[in-house]
Design a protein around this ligand. Sequence first.
Ligand code: TYD
Length: 206
Amino acid sequence: MFITFEGSEGCGKSTQSDELAKFLHQKSYPVLLTREPGGTRIGEQIRTILGNQENTQIHLRTEILLFQASRAQLVEEVIKPHLASGGVVVCDRYADSTLAYQGYGYRRVNLDQLRTLVNFATGGLQPDLTILLDLDVKIGLQRRSQGGQINRLDTYDLDFYQRVRQGYLDMAAQEPGRWKIVKADRSFLQVQEEIRQIVLQRLTGD
Ligand code: TYD
């Protein structure tokens, strides 16, 4: 089973995906945790280019293609082989991030065109389950400013993040079978518990 986490800044995605992978491991599921951009040696090099504060002149089309290049490598090198061996893959961000950020966020690229590119990068591989950690944008940005390193990809404005959030909610509404919206404005443990229940239900088919 292929599970992805999505959400905008400060929603707790990275910590929750990490916790979920540990939980599934304890339950003896063969689980693999990865992230985007990155997750492979080549992908981590691309992540460095994308995050570099000095790369201010990077063109939007270049940025889009770099995200897809990292993704294509991750799919072929890591995700597909693990799924083929019957494992569970937990991925912190995946194709929907491109649609949310480069599509809904920037509003300069046509969504259908982006879907074609994303489809090319993933070879059509779709998650079985996508967990959207939904959070008020202002709360998310406040949380983020309290910790962690800031890089080039962290420097958009409030309106941008609001469009990203709305984009996620639109995509979730269009494909309710794949997406589960989890309210992230609660305690860490409450969010964790809901995620565990959703995932166990899918895995055991209850
Ligand atoms: P990261 O440091 O992983 O932050 P986060 O904790 O928010 O995931 O940086 C990833 C950044 O890259 C984040 O701002 C979202 C952005 N991004 C895109 O714009 N498009 C994409 O396709 C992906 C995968 C990420």
